[in-house]
Design a protein around this ligand. Structure first.
Ligand code: GTP
Ligand code: MG
Length: 198
């Protein structure tokens, strides 16, 4: 699936800028700085494909990545929550994210990234509520599992499973990842391969 490189094809500041809905899409959502862009890079095996930063609010557009060999589009998104950017800008991209998440016919699954040190926060739960309402399939991915201790991580996994247990559009499995240590990428890749096969 990731044998051939994914390349950046487009940055979209408006729904009108999106490419034709001619292939399956997966999107990465989550709070600012949770590690969305880093995970896309790790997944695709290309550092610097999606731009990352220590400063929350790095990704400000819907960034589209495509491969010549796969009928799959990967969408990196601006984060929600605190961002170091002017308020009108944050408002505009928040609206764009919500429009995309709930109104894109080709969006096959959203990976909702949650920091493994904190577990789901209120704004993560709101996004899950919205995806449940719109009947858009999603799966929770814990990020930065290299950071918490084993006991902390176990706690957060239990909390996360509890938070998704009764949610109609949530995948029951939680994927544990570290882009830094290349953990859980095989699991994530196989979930994506299943989507393509189904
Ligand atoms: P926005 O675009 O601002 O919403 O952020 P983002 O969710 O795309 O996060 P990004 O990938 O830019 O990463 C944010 C910071 O977290 C960067 O400093 C990364 O190096 C760091 N980071 C990402 N993944 C990991 C990880 O698995 N482990 C550790 N320790 N740090 C990580
Ligand atoms: Mg980003």
């Amino acid at each position: 699936l990731f044998a051939r490189p994914f390349l950046f094809t487009k940055g979209c500041v408006s729904i009108k800028d999106l490419p034709e809905p001619d292939r399956l899409e997966i999107a990465f959502a989550g709070r600012s700085n949770v590690g969305k862009s880093s995970l896309i890079n790790a997944l695709c095996g290309t550092s610097g494909l999606a731009r990352t930063s220590n400063t929350p609010g790095r990704t400000q557009e819907l960034n589209i990545f495509e491969s010549q060999s796969e009928p799959l589009r990967i969408v990196d998104m601006p984060g929600y929550g605190y961002a170091k950017a002017p308020e009108p800008k944050v408002k505009a991209w928040t609206k764009l994210v919500h429009q995309y998440l709930t109104g894109r016919a080709t969006l096959r699954r959203v990976y909702v990234l949650v920091d493994s040190r904190h577990g789901p926060k209120d704004n993560d739960l709101s996004v899950m509520n919205e995806l449940d309402r719109a009947a858009v399939s999603y799966q929770v991915v814990l990020t930065k599992v290299d950071k918490p201790s084993a006991t902390e991580l176990e706690k957060v996994i239990a909390l996360t499973k509890q938070a998704i247990a009764k949610r109609p559009a949530a995948h029951p499995d939680v994927i544990e990842t570290s882009s830094e240590k290349n953990l859980g990428l095989g699991h994530l890749r196989s979930e994506i391969a299943l989507l393509l096969a189904s």
